[in-house]
Design a protein around this ligand. Structure first.
Ligand code: HEM
Length: 357
């Protein structure tokens, strides 16, 4: 009898929990047929299609997708948790581009601003919503990427961010970590954000070789960049040594001084190494850090994440580029074992530049 009463109570509690979960996940159907958690998100489905057609060449993980992600960082990081800097993820880099593009750290950002501006004018979004939706959609075009959160409803930006908020590749690790901390990010979150350099290339570090990738799989959001930054360097891919660049292991590949320094520093080396061949960890840490970055300074927003396309998965595992192996790794973390990784067959590759850079 006591058992029967207990099971009734448990059954009632479970059905109450199911009901409240159902209420929490209740979805509405937009006039255009898609479903979402909030009716305010409905117009964004057509905005996403517009972006895919007019900015991302029909949904590619190309130059525009890469630089849309970089733009969201350069926009949002103009912020301090102590106040006195910019409005954070407010789109000021687009709206006040004539000011912010003058900053040295924004070198190369002029191309994506020029490319995005007419598309922005074709949509009824604020500059902040546009910049951060474009970053989420562009990233989703890259196989292996997490589906980034998108929060909607940023007001128009009121002023440009001040100069010297964006880290430079010539900065020391101490300076970079201090800047991230000032914006509210731990060293681990800073490393997580640098996962972005898996879909990245440089145009202005060495202007003689625009579109030079940071890893050998620039169209895939995999952990290859964390591995290749650790490989012993032997060459400069372009016109000799440039500020912010250190020796690269591969022809056609650029290694940033800051990425290498962060991979070697005792404060960050193990966070860096732990990303290698750990797709799930990289995806979840990057997603969480981006969710924080893309709402800096923006307190009241609506969750419209279900307008963001679902990225294709990465099949994995990653591999050493041909001719490289464990003996070429500059291990800087001794707290955990280095993962075991196979090598691609054949001669050392030359990494191709990103088209359209
Ligand atoms: C220590 C902090 C960072 C430094 C010093 C840094 C530096 C750079 C540099 C120098 C470039 C190449 C620019 C050029 O020559 O065109 C670049 C590209 C890029 N960065 Fe970073 N970055 C940092 C953090 C981040 C973060 C946090 C993100 C995003 C969350 C990001 C996303 C990108 C992307 C996607 C590109 C490639 C853009 C393209 O291919 O068009 N970076 N970064």
């Amino acid at each position: 009898m006591a058992f029967a009463r207990l099971s009734t109570v448990v059954a009632l509690a479970l059905s109450a929990a199911t009901l409240s979960n159902a209420a929490l996940t209740k979805r509405i159907t937009c006039a255009t047929g898609q479903t979402t958690a909030n009716a305010a998100c409905c117009p964004l489905f057509s905005a996403v299609e517009f972006l895919q057609t007019n900015l991302f060449d029909g949904g590619e993980c190309g130059e525009e997708a890469h630089s849309a992600l970089r733009l969201s960082f350069h926009d949002a990081i103009g912020f301090s948790i102590h106040g006195g800097k910019g409005g954070g993820a407010d789109g000021s880099i687009l709206a006040f581009n004539s000011t912010e593009l003058e900053f040295h750290a924004n070198g190369g950002i002029d191309d994506i601003v020029a490319r995005q501006f007419p598309v922005f004018e074709g949509l009824n979004l604020t500059a902040g919503d546009f910049v951060h939706l474009a970053a989420a959609v562009g990233t989703a075009n890259c196989p292996g990427a997490p589906r980034l959160q998108f929060m909607f409803g940023r007001p128009p930006p009121v002023a440009p961010a001040p100069d010297l908020t964006v880290p430079e590749p010539t900065d020391s690790v101490t300076k970079i970590l201090a800047r991230f901390a000032d914006a509210g990010f731990s060293p681990q979150e800073a490393v997580a954000l640098l996962s972005s350099h898996t879909i990245a290339a440089a145009d202005v570090v060495d202007p003689t070789i625009p579109g030079t990738p940071f890893d050998s799989t620039v169209g895939t959001f995999d952990s290859q960049v964390f591995l290749e930054v650790l490989l012993k360097g032997s060459l400069f891919p372009g016109n000799g040594s440039q500020p912010g660049e250190v020796l690269s292991p591969l022809h056609g590949e650029m290694r940033l001084q800051s990425d290498f320094a962060i991979s070697q520093d005792p404060r960050t080396a193990c966070f860096w190494q732990d990303m290698i061949n750990n797709q799930a960890r990289m995806m979840s840490e990057f997603k969480a850090a981006m969710a924080k970055l893309q709402v800096l300074g923006q307190p009241r927003l609506i969750d419209c994440s279900d307008v963001v396309p679902v990225p294709a998965p990465f099949a994995g595992p990653i591999k050493f580029p041909a001719s490289f192996s464990q003996k070429d790794v500059q291990v800087a973390c001794h707290a955990s074992a280095f993962p075991s990784i196979a090598t691609v067959a054949g001669p050392a590759p030359t990494v191709a530049p990103v088209p359209g850079s």
